[in-house]
Each structure stands twice: as structure tokens, then as C-alpha cells.
Design a protein around this ligand. Structure first.
Ligand code: AMP
Ligand code: ZN
Length: 497
């Protein structure tokens, strides 16, 4: 069973496999670090995370490259306004982005590379394009790509550029000088008074955005690689321009497969600051939402379908995570009758088979989740009727483990992540944004699992000795620290609030 993945380049679903051996070499456009990441950004990064996790579960090795755009117009403007060098300005947001990735359980790519550390390579790239006659310099010292030298321009976004005079919806920079053709795009921007610039073999200045990704992708992945990903807004002009530059230079296919993640809406609308529906990950956590609920919501709709982010949806996701975790706890802590029940073992097999078949179907995460929730429902029902036996449990836990290799919501690390965001908010003077629910969620971060276990043991001992005053006191102490303890017929269970 192979992974069928939609390829924006061919416009078709294709079987995806690496060109060479067992290693998938891919590139995903990273963040522009001028502000905190919003949930739209993380919709895309979580989708790419699902892809990488699924590829690894399918037995592939990974070489995943992500860039950090740490120089661009907005960065320069914001850093200048604050009177700090761009590096000082971007470092904070790059760090925040890395922390946010961790909060959402997004794995680190094998290679993360900053634009500002690859400037010489970009200049060399542009020099080679100039040698081939596809790049030219304008009077002010900027460099442009000559689009009429690349007849295939538009093959990714399927736009017809013949006869098109104006920029087809792309970003037209205010600081562009006389170009030979209005469609030509900037490879390199001449320096401006008071702005960051670099001395290079093609003159002083700073890189355009597109050249950054072509240069870094080739440096780490070679001239031709397996897959390139990003949000759908990047298809044109960014990815189209990456293809034009790269293929003009090498004459080879740049990326064989292109994956684009559909834009997320919030409460049915495009997210924007003016509409008041713009949320960073940190905003949501400070409002009282767990990182695990946010991750599950972001994965719940397949990447090519529009995800409408709503607070109702977030509450449902929180309930779903709770259900999954309770189910796992039940499996781990109940006392089961000896023996095996083939019917229950089959449920676990079916769930994993369906989950993988769904993910093979263009990463249909919604169906994959449905398969796991069917398992939870069916096994819970079987357990209620005493049909789950001791020897069935490992297979069920294995199925949950396979599920969590992709979805990553079962392990409860919410409290620690929430606590870190609370500390950050305090340090930034955002105290008034911290909701009571958030403080409640952060509480149990003070206790490690081992410390909780110790208190739980104390509680159980006191209970056994019929010292209920003491056992109640320990339970209350745990509750005050954000841990809920429950005595069931199978013994004691605990979880973080
Ligand atoms: P940026 O930091 O603006 O360069 O964006 C980082 C990534 O987030 C890119 O892959 C964008 O395409 C993606 N992105 C931005 N907004 C959204 C959105 N509303 N939905 C999905 N992806 C988005
Ligand atoms: Zn890019």
C-alpha cells in the first residue's frame, strides 16, 4: 500500500516515492520571523508534520529542510522602527517560533537554515543566472529574473502569462526600479540608506525572497529533490519563481512533487487583525485552550480541505483528546480477566489498517481519526460487557501508539507548555491576557509524573489503612496542584486537569 498524494504540479493524485533509495528529501517553506506565529501558519506546519511523521512510520528516512526568512521588507521596517539590528529583532521571534513548534508537537526538520547565513550562496546563484543571460541588473544595482527566458513560467500555478503585462496578483514591491518587463521579479535589491545590506560578488544589497528558498533547497537537497511544500498562498508567485530560477540554472526538474495546504478560515472568515479574528498560538493558550486540543483541531481536516477554525470546534477537539486519553488510561490501569478475545484483537487490527489506508489516500486525516474513534467506541463497549481480556490489551495499546506517532496528542504535556507560555506572558507584561483557566491548566506543571505518583501512593496507603482523613487530604493537595485523582473498582487513576 503506497501513499497517494496530490501533486499541484501535475494537478493529479500520484503515488509518492523518493527518487533515490529510501530517503525522502523535501523542503517546506518556513516562517518569516517578524512576529509570533498564528494558527494559519501552524495549520500548514502541522500538515507538513503529519506528512513527515507518516512517511517515517511508512519506513522512509527523512531529510527535511526548512528555511527561516530572517530578512525581508517587514523585518527591516520593524527593526528600524525599534532602532535595533535586524538580527536582534528576528532572534526573539525565531526562538518563539521554535518554542511554538514544540508546544504543538511539531517535530524539528533535519535541517533549519536562516536566509541571512546563505547570502553569499544566493549571490553566486544570481551570478550564474546572469552568466546564462536570464538575470540582469538595473541602474540602481538591483537584479531581476527575465521571465521571457523561461517559457514554462506558470506551469505550477497554471496561470497563462502570455501577453500579460502587469504582475498577475503577485507582490509588486514599491521599491522596484525600471525593469525590462513588468513581469520580471526581483532576485536582489539594491541597498537603501539605513537598511541592512551585504557586500557580495554581484554588488551590495539584500536578497529577494524567492532566491532564498532556491539556494537553500539546492544546498541541502541537491539540484533535484522529491517534494516541496507550503501554504497555498505561496504557489504564486513564490513557488513559481523558485521553479523559474532553479530550472533555468540547472535544466533539471527542481522539485518533483508539490504539496500545498489550503488556507485556514476563522469562524468562516479570512483571518485578519482588522476583523478581530486573528489568533496566535499563544493567544489561544492564554484564553484557556490546551495545545493538544489545538493540534487535534488543526489535523482534523485533510490538508487540501478548508479548515474552518471555530471555538466550538476547539471545544469538541478538547473533548476528543480527553476521550482518547481516558481510553488509554482505562486500557493501562484496569484489571482484565485472563485470556484473549479474537474479536477485540481484530478491532485493533482493523483500526490500524483503516488509519493507514486513510492516510495513504492523500493524507485523509479526518478518516484516520474516525478509524481510531471507532476503535475507542467498540473496545469501550466490549470492555463494559467484560469481553476485553488481558491478552487483548497490548494490541490495543499498539494501535494507539501507531495513531499517536502521527497525531501526537496522547502524551499529556499540556501543563508544562502552558506554564511556559504563562511565564512568557508575565515577562512580556501581558498579565491581563492570562485567563483563570490557563492558570488552572498550568498548575500541575510544578509536579513531575514521578512526584504525582509518589503522592498517589501516599493516598492509596492511607486509604488501605482506613485513614480517610489523610487520604482525603492528599487527594485535595493533588487537586489544588491541578491533578485529579479517582478511585475506581480497578484501583486508583490520576490525570492532569
Ligand atoms: P509566513 O511566515 O507568512 O511566510 O508563512 C509561513 C507559512 O504559513 C507559509 O507556508 C504560509 O503559506 C502559511 N500560512 C499563512 N497563513 C495561512 C493560513 N491562513 N492558512 C494556512 N497556511 C497559512
Ligand atoms: Zn519558500
Amino acid at each position: 500500500m503506497a501513499l497517494d498524494l496530490f501533486n499541484s504540479l501535475s494537478g493529479r493524485i500520484e503515488e509518492f516515492a523518493p527518487a533515490e533509495g529510501n530517503k525522502v528529501r523535501f523542503y517546506a517553506c518556513g516562517p518569516t520571523v517578524y512576529d509570533y506565529g498564528h494558527i494559519g501558519n501552524f495549520r500548514t506546519f502541522v500538515a507538513v508534520d503529519v506528512l513527515r511523521r507518516y512517511l517515517r512510520q511508512s519506513g522512509f528516512e527523512l531529510m527535511h529542510v526548512m528555511n527561516i526568512t530572517d530578512v525581508d521588507d517587514k523585518i527591516i521596517r520593524n527593526a528600524n522602527q525599534r532602532g535595533v539590528p535586524i538580527g536582534d529583532y528576528t532572534r526573539k521571534f525565531e526562538q518563539a517560533f521554535m518554542e511554538d513548534m514544540g508546544t504543538l508537537g511539531i517535530e524539528q526538520p533535519e535541517q533549519i537554515s536562516r536566509a541571512t547565513e546563505h547570502i553569499a550562496g544566493m549571490a553566486r546563484f544570481i551570478r550564474k543566472l546572469a552568466d546564462k543571460g536570464v538575470a540582469y541588473q538595473t541602474e540602481d544595482g538591483s537584479w531581476y529574473f527575465r521571465i521571457d527566458k523561461f517559457p514554462e513560467y506558470g506551469k505550477l500555478s497554471k496561470k497563462d502569462f502570455a501577453g500579460m503585462i502587469v504582475d498577475g496578483g503577485g507582490r509588486m514591491d514599491a521599491d522596484e526600479y525600471e525593469k525590462d518587463d513588468a513581469r520580471d521579479f526581483a532576485l536582489w535589491k539594491a541597498p537603501k540608506e539605513g537598511e541592512a545590506s551585504w557586500e557580495t560578488e554581484i554588488g551590495p544589497g539584500r536578497p529577494g525572497w524567492h532566491i532564498e528558498c532556491s539556494t537553500m533547497a539546492m544546498e541541502y537537497l541537491g539540484e533535484s529533490f522529491d517534494l516541496h511544500a507550503g501554504g497555498e498562498d505561496l504557489m504564486f508567485p513564490h513557488h513559481e519563481n523558485e521553479i523559474a530560477q532553479s530550472e533555468s540554472l540547472t535544466g533539471k526538474t527542481f522539485a518533483r512533487h508539490w504539496m500545498h495546504v489550503r488556507f485556514l478560515l476563522v469562524e468562516g472568515q479570512k483571518m485578519s487583525k482588522s476583523l478581530g479574528n486573528f489568533y496566535t498560538l499563544r493567544d489561544l493558550v492564554l484564553m484557556g485552550h490546551k495545545p493538544s486540543s489545538i493540534r487535534l483541531l488543526l489535523t482534523s481536516v485533510p490538508y487540501r480541505k478548508q479548515l474552518n477554525f471555530t471555538f466550538d470546534g476547539l471545544t469538541q477537539s478538547a473533548n476528543s483528546v480527553e476521550r482518547l486519553r481516558n481510553f488509554k488510561l482505562r486500557m493501562e490501569t484496569s484489571t482484565w480477566e485472563p485470556g484473549a478475545n479474537a474479536e477485540v484483537a481484530a478491532m485493533a487490527q482493523t483500526a490500524i489498517g483503516e488509519m493507514r489506508a486513510s492516510l495513504n489516500d492523500d493524507l485523509n486525516t479526518a478518516q484516520a481519526l474516525a478509524a481510531i474513534f471507532d476503535l475507542v467506541r467498540d473496545v469501550n463497549a466490549a470492555a463494559d460487557h467484560g469481553k476485553v481480556k488481558k491478552d487483548d490489551v497490548p494490541a490495543i495499546l499498539t494501535a494507539l501508539g501507531k495513531f499517536d506517532e502521527i497525531f501526537a496528542v496522547l502524551k499529556d504535556e499540556d501543563a508544562a507548555h502552558v506554564k511556559a507560555i504563562v511565564d512568557w506572558a508575565r515577562a512580556e507584561g501581558l498579565e491581563e491576557k492570562i485567563s483563570p483557566e490557563t492558570l488552572e491548566m498550568a498548575k500541575s506543571a510544578a509536579l513531575s509524573d514521578a512526584q504525582v505518583e509518589e503522592l498517589v501512593a501516599k493516598h492509596s496507603e492511607a486509604r488501605k489503612a482506613k485513614d480517610f482523613k489523610k487520604s482525603d487530604a492528599v487527594r485535595d493537595e493533588l487537586l489544588a496542584q491541578g491533578v485529579v485523582l479517582e478511585n475506581t473498582k480497578d484501583g486508583v487513576r490520576w490525570k492532569r486537569k
